[in-house]
Design a protein around this ligand. Structure first.
Ligand code: NAG
Ligand code: NAG
Ligand code: NAG
Ligand code: NAG
Length: 266
């Protein structure tokens, strides 16, 4: 579960006075989350690292304001073959609990390899630590590779997704995937994104809701879960209380009517 230290910092002093036990409990949970992460042994890919130095990476960084123009930067209105973009979704201590670093490094090395490989996809990085709203608007958790087959509208932009194994993935694995896709295609190698949060054709994007949804989910994530629970319980108590009163009033009226009915029949 995600939480924000900023929100915690704002929320804690306020609640500390009223809900001392809650805060202790929450901090305890946060501590447990961090302690759960055991860093994986340091892995090094000397070949990949050497290539990263020699070749220029040519890797783009996606942001809320540049993602679409970046993905469309090589696509003309007359383009008929898809322009391939591979985006690794990453995160740091908060968004990925520090587990993405090794795979991100492998991805960086892959970007360097692809930069000098003819016909390889363009590469980009999306860091959910830096771009929480974009990540939420795509509903794209860190640790996955997203491949875009970009074609000008009204063509469909296919999006393929594959979650990477964050403890074992090397740049050779990414390169191997690319080889497999060149031979067999995306379908069957990666999963087609058909969900509501598809960046181009999902329900959310079609209705212009991607960015508002991104902000809304982001804000919900900023609210620590215990504060959220307090909010829900106050909210539901209010409405349950109100509807219970209504039910009682209604059944009271029905009872009155029932009592009145025999009298009417006479
Ligand atoms: C992305 O950019 C292309 C080309 O400029 C444009 O046709 C398309 O409407 C844009 N899509 C989104 C979701 O912004
Ligand atoms: C990967 O490359 C990006 C962009 O150059 C850089 O910001 C990031 O620190 C690199 N990540 C790792 C783990 O080396
Ligand atoms: C990643 O790979 C290791 C070694 O093959 C395996 O033990 C582990 O379960 C894998 N993790 C996931 C999330 O698939
Ligand atoms: C992928 O293959 C499945 C079944 O084999 C098919 O239904 C689907 O339309 C294909 N997706 C694309 C984007 O071609």
């Amino acid at each position: 579960m995600r939480f924000s230290t900023a929100a915690a910092a704002f929320g804690l002093p306020l609640l500390a006075a009223a809900e001392g036990d809650f805060v202790q409990q929450y901090l305890g949970q946060a501590q447990a989350l961090f302690n759960k992460y055991i860093p994986s042994p340091n892995r090094h890919d000397p070949v990949g690292a050497a290539e990263a130095k020699v070749g220029e990476m040519k890797m783009h960084t996606l942001t809320l304001s540049n993602w679409n123009e970046t993905l469309f930067s090589n696509t003309k209105a007359t383009s008929t073959t898809p322009d391939e973009w591979w985006v690794f979704i990453t995160g740091g201590k908060k968004a990925c609990f520090g587990r993405c670093e090794d795979t991100e490094r492998a991805w960086n090395e892959t970007a360097a390899k692809f930069a000098v490989t003819p016909g390889a996809p363009h590469t980009a990085l999306l860091n959910c630590e830096d771009q929480p709203v974009l990540c939420h608007s795509w509903s794209s958790p860190p640790g996955a590779l997203w491949a875009f087959e970009v074609l000008p509208a009204p063509n469909k932009v296919n999006v393929w997704v594959k979650g990477m194994n964050l403890t074992t993935t090397t740049s050779d694995d990414f390169a191997g995937m690319q080889k497999t896709i060149k031979e067999k295609g995306y379908n069957g190698t990666m999963y087609e994104h058909t969900g509501a949060f598809h960046p181009y054709h999902g329900f959310v994007a079609n209705n212009g809701l991607a960015i508002p949804a991104g902000y809304a989910i982001w804000i919900l994530n900023l609210v620590p879960s215990w504060a959220f629970m307090i909010g829900i319980s106050m909210f539901s108590r209010y409405f349950v209380g109100r509807s219970a009163r209504q039910t009682m009033e209604t059944s009271g009226r029905q009872a009155d009517a029932a009592r009145a009915a025999p009298a009417n029949r006479r």
